[in-house]
Design a protein around this ligand. Sequence first.
Ligand SMILES: [Zn+2]
Length: 383
Amino acid sequence: MIRYCTRCLYPETKPDLWFDDRGVCSACLAFEKRGGVDWQSREREFVEVTNRYRSTDGSNYDAVVPVSGGKDSTYQVIRLLEHGLNPLCVTATTDSLTPIGRRNLDNIRRLGVDHIEVTVNPMLRRKINRLALTEIGDISWPEHVVMFTIPVRIATQLKVRLIVWGENSQNEYGGPAAAAERNVLDRRWLEEFGGLLGLRVSDVAGQEGIERRHLIQYTYPTDAELKAAGVTGIFLGYYFPWDGYQNALIAQGCGFETWPQIVEGSLANYENLDNYQTGVHDYFKYLKYGFGRATDIANNHIRRGRLSRKDALALVKQHDGKFIRTYLGRPIEDIIGEIGMGMDEYRVICDRFTNKRVFVCDNRGNPLRDAEGNLIKTNYDNS
Ligand SMILES: [Zn+2]
């Protein structure tokens, strides 16, 4: 039987999650601690930190802001502009950029900022998507690598000393206490929590015709390069109360576009709109750990008092972990076809990464699926 948090819906299978003796998970505990934060003094701290790093004579940018074009990055840029900062926005193009994702990136530029977009070789990228899906069950591995490496590379090269990231996911979604309370992001954080699942960039070289020279943008600057440039990364979520839903509303006030309906496998229409492959990424998270994006969002609402645990569970049962037929309206056949994979192969990989403790299997250990092709959880709650 899988144990769930008594306050939210996270299962014990979630990586880096831990429970206290009341059965409350580390994500809920980290959120509870925010209640004691004096946000006004945190904002003053933000002003002090950015003053220390900002360009005094206007000859360089004040900070690099990594932006995907999503609600959170739109919100980050708005906050920086409000504080009179002159950010350089940096985008690592997503694995399979959607038209709405492109429009939301254009919108960020129209907030009034300079923007650099780095697009890596798409042919190589698809090979890596395929390799990562097959080997570690994560199609989005290359995206998670370049999301972190490219802004740090640019900051180092242009000698912009401050990088302003969004949330510390270890605080928002529960992780080791030391990592959850940190307000800086460095190479160690990336290696431990950046979602690399034990596959290192150096492991990819030499496979499928991928060479080291193809992986320049996937490579984090060395400690010596970082030290020479004096680059530091901070999390905006440490200085301002972080709430995805609030960020989405603020972003919409500044031209951010939402999807016309709830995104497949989600509970929202305001996030994960920029990459067709995200549906596959989230589905594999569900296969491995028994929870998907709907659970993440429902939990964020529970902690902020917008949903009861009972109502959230009903929503999650309805939306989480459905075998995806489309994502943002694009058929799954086309999404995986882009990385050179057919449905038969895809289904085999799905079954291979299905957690047999979480899902009902037949007596030969094969996962059972209902009439709609969906897996059946052994238990949805602690009862
Ligand atoms: Zn919890």
